[in-house]
Design a protein around this ligand. Structure first.
Ligand code: BDR
Ligand code: CA
Length: 283
């Protein structure tokens, strides 16, 4: 199995991404490293622990990473999981008291994949400390579009400096909004997967309904599972269709044209990927 570390800020779509990895035999989930993002670090860490307990994977270590202001409670709920974190088992004992950069340094082997699905603070710190990531898949950015500002996507906006370090030095595969916004987990999908996961999506659906520019008006109703799309590429390489672009990050955290050559996921067979996720996430 492919060793996989997920750097995450759960987060409703993070929850779907973690569940997908935990229920896929192609990967060996080596650990979850947490970061602030959708909500603050204490909550994202508690949520990561609760999700693993729900998934029956308390064998997977959780390492608490970098803090900062939580910025997406309007989307993911005050607790980061749609007000439903309490429906998942508590697992406060499971956290490792280990430094996140040290965890990467100790656990990344030549075949390890790291999927970064929150702000890139931990990853940038590790790069600055000399850690090398053989395969780094990053959900973030948007080419000509954003969801925080007109041009900046949340994960890159939340720590623009870290995003810049990763784009310039991390040799990432970027899975941008341009692709993930086309991958809609519709109501039929949500009805067919683990009801405990679907139950986390209420706040997110209400948010999308309020923000018609991000809503799929005229298209299917549902949620966007950005992070699960990125993690799918870690589980089955080649799921996403990649193309090299010259890119950089500006001061606002917007992904812009530049001189750093990085791979960008431009397309996928969403009906096939949707079916794959539905099968893995159903109970
Ligand atoms: C990204 O921002 C977060 O709110 C989601 O969890 C995802 O990682 C999408 O822009
Ligand atoms: Ca996330």
């Amino acid at each position: 199995a492919i060793p996989l570390i997920i750097d995450t800020d759960p987060g409703v779509d993070d929850a779907f991404a973690i569940a997908l990895a935990a229920r896929s035999p192609e990967v060996d989930l080596v650990g979850l490293t947490t970061v602030f993002g959708n909500v603050g670090l204490d909550l994202t860490t508690a949520n990561a622990l609760r999700l693993l307990a729900h998934l029956g994977r308390t064998d997977v270590p959780v390492v608490k990473g970098s803090g900062g202001p939580g910025g997406a409670a309007d989307v993911h709920g005050e607790d980061g999981l749609g007000g439903q974190a309490h429906t998942l088992p508590e697992n406060a004992e499971g956290v490792r008291s280990e430094d996140v950069v040290q965890f990467f340094a100790d656990n990344i082997k030549p075949d390890t994949v790291v999927a970064a699905i929150g702000p890139l603070t931990n990853i940038a710190q590790a790069l600055e400390a000399g850690v090398e990531f053989p395969r780094l898949i990053v959900m973030g950015g948007g080419l000509g579009l954003g969801n925080m500002t007109a041009r900046a996507e949340f994960n890159f906006w939340a720590d623009a400096k870290a995003a810049r370090t990763v784009v310039r030095r991390g040799n990432p595969i970027i899975v941008p909004l341009n692709l993930t916004q086309r991958c809609i987990a519709d109501t039929e999908f949500l009805a067919n997967v683990d009801p405990v996961l679907s139950n986390l999506t209420g706040t997110y659906r209400a948010y999308l309904a309020r923000h018609s520019e991000q809503n799929m008006s005229g298209r299917e109703e549902g949620i966007l599972i950005h992070d699960a799309v990125a993690v799918a590429e870690a589980i089955v390489p080649g799921t996403l269709h990649l193309r090299t672009h010259g890119l950089d990050i500006d001061d606002e955290g917007a992904l812009v044209e530049g001189k750093h050559q990085v791979e960008v996921a431009e397309d996928c067979d969403w009906p096939a990927l949707r079916a794959f996720m539905e099968q893995r996430l159903s109970v």
